[in-house]
Design a protein around this ligand. Sequence first.
Ligand SMILES: Cc1cc2nc3c(=O)[nH]c(=O)nc-3n(C[C@H](O)[C@H](O)[C@H](O)COP(=O)(O)O)c2cc1C
Length: 176
Amino acid sequence: MTETDWILRRRSIRKFTDQKLTAEQITILLKAAMAAPSAMNLKPWKFIVVQDEENLSELRKALPFGKMEAPCAIVVCGDLRSLKKVVQERFWVQDCSAATQNILLSAAALGLGSVWCGVHPIGTLEKSVRKVLDIPLGVNPLNVILIGHPAEEKPARTQYTEKNVCSEKFGNPWEQ
Ligand SMILES: Cc1cc2nc3c(=O)[nH]c(=O)nc-3n(C[C@H](O)[C@H](O)[C@H](O)COP(=O)(O)O)c2cc1C
């Protein structure tokens, strides 16, 4: 067991029990999300917590690869409305992705399962999710994170390969 093995336990979980999340669990996930790094510390994120069965069902209809039944979804959005300069808008995807990963890792740490369902930059998906959740223009849905108690188990793993790493300059093999 190394210091980062808990990160390897995060896997995409796509089967969930009916058990709902507690308010406390959701707060922990949101606090983790808003602990993420953010360019210029602008924190352009907004989070929509969806637990109503009808809204969850509409989201499933909107997402071709997000049809899994989960008791909770957190939709991570970038809110560009108050950003004054074009340069400030440039990093919203990175900021919201960092927040998303914090949610996924925290869910795993709580014994919950989760899966990131991509929305942005697929315009048709953005439009459908926007419609289901009344998201105004200027606020962009990045993804829908489905979360619940896992009804499947997956082994912890890394997908480490030296082929993806260079030493000092691009193209030099990394060997250890
Ligand atoms: C940007 C992004 C979009 C994704 N979209 C979906 C999706 O729509 N549906 C889904 O089931 N999984 C989706 N995934 C999860 C990936 O399929 C998953 O992370 C990958 O297969 C690796 O498996 P792991 O998460 O268990 O390590 C997405 C992941 C990312 C980062």
